[in-house]
Design a protein around this ligand. Structure first.
Ligand code: MG
Length: 446
């Protein structure tokens, strides 16, 4: 059995076609049937958010669940509140997708995103419509606890020494998304002086699209330079990811951000670093320099989060986890990607060193990672062709096929939901990376 409706991070689609209130209400009544109890519903700033959140609340209430409206907030804030107070959660968001998209991320009572097995069960209920329908005495009640986002803010601030960022200036670009009310406030309470851009909730995203690309962050870079800030930080549409520009306004590669924060975590405690097979070797390099071992998972933050928890339950120390796209997981805080926490950790790191981000990044080994999206109706055929590229070298089949040569590695993996495969090639030598990529493309397209 495989997931059909849900991808790696929930279900998403264009409003009015694949995504609509009717579908979300069915997800709500299936979820209420499965989880029961008190369920929190939150959303990002998309124009379709209130329509879908209303549908979600209606579906849940009709099964007899009590629903708590937590309003507009980052996905990690909802996850934190669910873990602390509720039996489950639903986040109406399409994360980094363009404005016309929306969707649902389902949160378990422990604050993690719903895993594959339970999602398959949920999908079966959505399809069969075999859901609980409460009678008039048993329908759920709706309450508003949107003020609780404050608890998320202080849960992050209290992780760090008081006013650790005094004297530092930071520019925050929440991209008109839900972190407008969280990240600037977190950094301000840590003692930093804050400037903001795109910091008003706006589902038309007038300043930039929800995906924080170097092009979209040009105004942020400009403001960093103009204000002499230590760095600029931007979020994707639901603020589970954070990306940075350095003190010169230069975009910091997400793997570099990951490496800097993983290094800081590994220096604090020796333990495992958990990351997907698609992540740069840079992370393993900095971890091993601190005496830490790296363990890889399939691609998807939920696999990283659950693997972190599994190792902790087995008695291991886990220092850090995350993905090479700016989605980082801080095991002392919670087991999900958290953009606000990432911004705070970077601020604390910079406050504790004499060097700016560009200096810290400049000390790291440099890698070239090339990515290619290959459209195909037959991902399996390409994957088996990729196996032939291995040439007797042992394969890693954690997710798709990864081949590691002496001076490079390559990964080919099918997309979870769409008709294409992704190729990743990385080497310290940019020419080598290009050559490998060309050889592989020639071979698998043959
Ligand atoms: Mg996101």
């Amino acid at each position: 059995m495989a997931k059909e409706l849900f991808g790696t991070n929930g279900v998403r689609g264009v409003i009015g076609t694949e995504m609509n209130p009717e579908l979300v209400m069915r997800i709500g009544s299936a979820l209420g049937t499965m989880i029961k109890g008190r369920i929190a519903v939150g959303r990002d700033t998309r124009t379709s958010g209130e329509a879908l959140a209303s549908a979600m609340r209606a579906g849940l209430l009709s099964t007899g669940c009590d629903v708590v409206d937590v309003g507009i907030l980052p996905t990690p804030a909802l996850q934190y509140l669910v873990r602390e107070h509720y039996d489950g959660g639903a986040m109406i968001t399409a994360s980094h997708n363009p404005p016309e998209y929306n969707g649902v991320k389902v949160i378990e009572g422990d604050g993690t995103e719903m895993g594959d097995d339970r999602t398959i069960q949920l999908e079966a209920l959505i399809k069969s419509r075999d859901v609980t329908v409460a009678d008039w005495r048993a329908v759920g009640r709706l309450t508003d606890e949107s003020q609780r986002v404050e608890e998320y803010i202080s849960s992050i601030v209290t992780q760090f020494p008081e006013k650790i960022c005094q004297g530092m200036t930071v520019v925050v670009d929440p991209g008109s998304g839900p972190a407008a009310t969280t990240t600037p406030e977190i950094l301000r309470r840590m003692g930093a002086a804050i400037h903001t851009i795109n910091a008003r909730f706006d589902g038309t995203f007038p300043g930039r699209l929800p995906e924080p690309t170097p092009e979209g962050l040009a105004p942020l870079s400009e403001m960093v330079r103009a204000t002499g800030a230590a760095f600029g930080v931007a979020h994707d549409g639901d603020a589970d990811r954070a990306v940075f520009v350095d003190e010169k306004g230069v975009f910091v590669d997400e793997n570099v951000t990951f490496a800097l924060l993983a290094e800081a975590a590994c220096k604090e405690k020796t333990g495992l670093v958990i990351t997907p097979v698609s992540t740069s070797d840079l992370i393993a390099d900095v971890a091993s320099a601190c005496g830490c071992r790296t363990i890889t998972t399939p691609v998807g933050s939920i696999y990283v989060a659950r693997t972190m928890r599994k190792y902790i339950e087995e008695g291991h120390t886990v220092a850090f986890g995350g993905e090479g796209n700016g989605g980082l997981i801080f095991p002392n805080h919670q087991f999900c990607r958290d953009g606000g926490m990432t911004a705070a950790a970077m601020a604390a790191l910079i406050a504790g060193t004499a060097e700016p981000i560009s200096g810290l990044a400049g000390r790291l080994p440099s890698y070239t990672m090339l990515k290619e999206k290959i459209h195909t109706r037959d991902p399996k055929r390409l994957i088996s062709k990729m196996k032939e590229c291995a040439d007797g070298i042992s394969l890693d089949e954690t997710d798709g096929i990864r081949i590691r040569w002496k001076d490079a590695w390559a990964l080919l993996r099918p997309s979870g939901t769409e008709p294409f495969v992704r190729l990743y090639v990385e080497s310290r030598d940019p020419i080598k990376a290009e050559e490998k990529k060309k050889t592989i493309l020639d071979q698998i397209n043959h």
